[in-house]
Ligand binder design. Structure first.
Ligand code: DQA
Length: 143
């Protein structure tokens, strides 16, 4: 059983992409920090620029996922398919956004994923992923 950290489109460019909004840390830095927080619990960190790729990763989490921390990027605001996939997953789901989406354009204010998420972490920078992992550990009795 492992914690899935799923990242959507453009987040492979984290650290290089609009650093004034998303900061200078890379996705590898984020994964490393999450592994530190998770201790003995294994982390599977994946990124996809494709909606279907994220759907398939969520299906894989049905097999061995303790919980899912997901930043679906722009698909947050558009994807019923990712919401439907998350609705097939039984463990805790934490939604993460690095930036405070509520301070930004109104099209970023609605999230399909929030209809399933057990918790939402917004605007805490890349620390949000660590907080999500901590929460999943707590919710599953491992932290
Ligand atoms: C984001 C916010 C989304 O609106 C945007 O499309 C992203 C990143 C965030 O982490 O702040 O790609 O999810």
């Amino acid at each position: 059983q492992r914690i899935y950290i799923l990242n959507g489109p453009n987040l492979n460019l984290l650290g290089k992409r609009q650093p004034e909004i998303y900061g200078h840390e890379t996705l590898d830095d984020v994964t490393e920090a999450c592994r530190r927080v998770a201790g003995e619990v294994e982390i599977r960190a994946e990124q996809s620029n494709h909606e279907g790729g994220l759907v398939e990763l969520i299906h894989e989490a049905r097999q061995d996922g303790l919980g899912i921390a997901i930043n679906a990027g722009a698909y947050t605001h558009t994807s019923v398919a990712i919401l439907d996939a998350l609705n097939t997953f039984e463990g805790p789901v934490m939604e993460v956004h690095i930036s405070n989406v509520h301070k930004r354009e109104s099209f970023r204010h609605h999230s399909y994923i929030s209809l399933r998420a057990d918790g939402i972490i917004v605007g805490c920078g890349t620390q949000g992923y660590e907080l999500a992992v901590q929460r999943i550990l707590r919710m599953t009795g491992k932290g």
